[in-house]
Design a protein around this ligand. Structure first.
Ligand code: 5GP
Ligand code: MN
Length: 347
């Protein structure tokens, strides 16, 4: 329980503890919720946004669901995906609530949606599970013990009295399946498996979801993986490994953002490696840095050193500069954390 941070920004900016019932009450009070996930969307934010949209629609609400960035191809099989608007919602839609899912930082909603954070008459609700998230909304429900926001939406559905249909179950299963690394990461709990068992009982096919997400990659994505693996380097102790990709290289391969999904896992897979980093140039001299750890380093804290955030085993940040300078700064900081954290082996 010590990690739980369920709080609400009070009238004087005082944060107060709330429980799932308070979150449900805040959501019940709104009529026209605008739902969003984060930029560069993943399975958890897309699955959770769609599931909550379907649940609230079932309760008679006028729901608008958006994704700040286009939905990666691998998630287009999800039920309800066609009604997810990309970017800003239509101007005619006037929300009375802005519900942000899986956004560890308010900026993660992207430039088109950030205006809803302080629009008069709009209640801002933040539902998240990142340990680095600080309360920034009117209502904040942040549970770092949840493996995915999908787990929170699953629990919320019962408090809302909304039924989990086959469509909702597929979205929630996808959210939980992807954020737990197919139930392999240490955020996976018995509670995760109990929830997922109920979703399978609702008709979800684990094999179909797995095939759609992990067995249908574009050829360009495999070529990008090849390019990234060719750039892998190890520090002298063999505990920190990294790979890099420039915009030039990615453009030459015809790769898109989403083609880089999962590359970082191969870098972490090297035996003896504790911290893996992937540096992807998104604009000239701007690098999206993905960080992963295997057993004990808190990469969320490492990412926060560079203005980012995330989870203890998966985090990220964006850094501007020349590639070798950016790499050096991050790898040096990672080496320091490997040395410091190895004593306690906690994080
Ligand atoms: P990825 O490396 O897959 O992009 O991100 C891993 C995790 O770190 C995700 O949970 C993501 O939300 C978080 N993350 C990635 N980049 C950033 C960032 O720039 N800021 C924050 N606050 N979190 C990030
Ligand atoms: Mn998530």
């Amino acid at each position: 329980m010590s990690l739980l941070m369920r709080s609400r920004k009070g009238s004087r900016g005082i944060e107060m503890i709330v429980d799932l019932r308070e979150l449900a009450d805040a959501i019940k009070r709104c009529e026209r919720p605008l739902l969003t996930g984060h930029i560069m969307p993943d399975g958890d934010c897309i699955g959770s946004v769609l599931a909550l949209a379907l649940l609230l629609e079932g309760q008679g609400k006028q729901v608008m669901a958006v994704s700040p960035d286009p939905v990666p191809l691998v998630y287009r099989f999800l039920p309800g995906i066609e009604r997810l608007a990309v970017g800003a919602p239509p101007a005619v839609f006037e929300p009375d609530a802005f519900i942000m899912l899986d956004c560890s930082d308010p900026e993660r909603v992207g430039p088109d949606l950030v205006k809803y954070l302080d629009k008069p008459g709009v209640t801002v609700i933040n539902v998240d599970h990142h340990v680095s998230t600080r309360p920034y909304a009117h209502y904040n429900y942040i549970d770092p013990g949840a493996a995915a926001v999908g787990e929170i939406v699953y629990d919320l559905s019962f408090v809302l009295g909304a039924s989990i249909t086959h469509e909702v179950a597929t979205c929630l299963y996808t959210a939980i399946f992807t954020d737990t690394g197919s139930f392999r990461y240490d955020n996976t709990t018995s509670g995760t498996h109990r929830r997922v068992a109920r979703l399978i009982d609702q008709g979800v096919s684990p094999a179909e979801v797995n095939t759609a997400i992990y067995e249908e990659r574009r050829l360009e994505s495999i070529r990008l993986l090849h390019a990234a693996l060719g750039s892998v380097e190890l520090n002298p102790s063999g505990q920190v490994a990294w790979a890099s990709l420039t915009t030039e290289r990615e453009a030459a391969l015809g790769a898109t953002d989403e083609d880089g999904e999962g590359i970082i896992n191969y870098v972490r897979m090297i035996n003896g490696v504790e911290v893996a980093a992937l540096f992807r140039e998104t604009k000239p001299s701007v690098f999206k840095v993905s960080l992963r750890s295997k057993r004990y380093v808190d990469v969320s804290a490492l990412a926060q050193e560079f203005g980012g955030g995330g989870h203890p085993r998966a985090a990220g940040c964006t850094i501007s500069g020349a590639l070798d300078e950016v790499v050096e700064a991050v790898i040096r900081a990672a080496e320091t954390r490997v040395a410091e954290d190895s004593d306690g082996r906690r994080a």
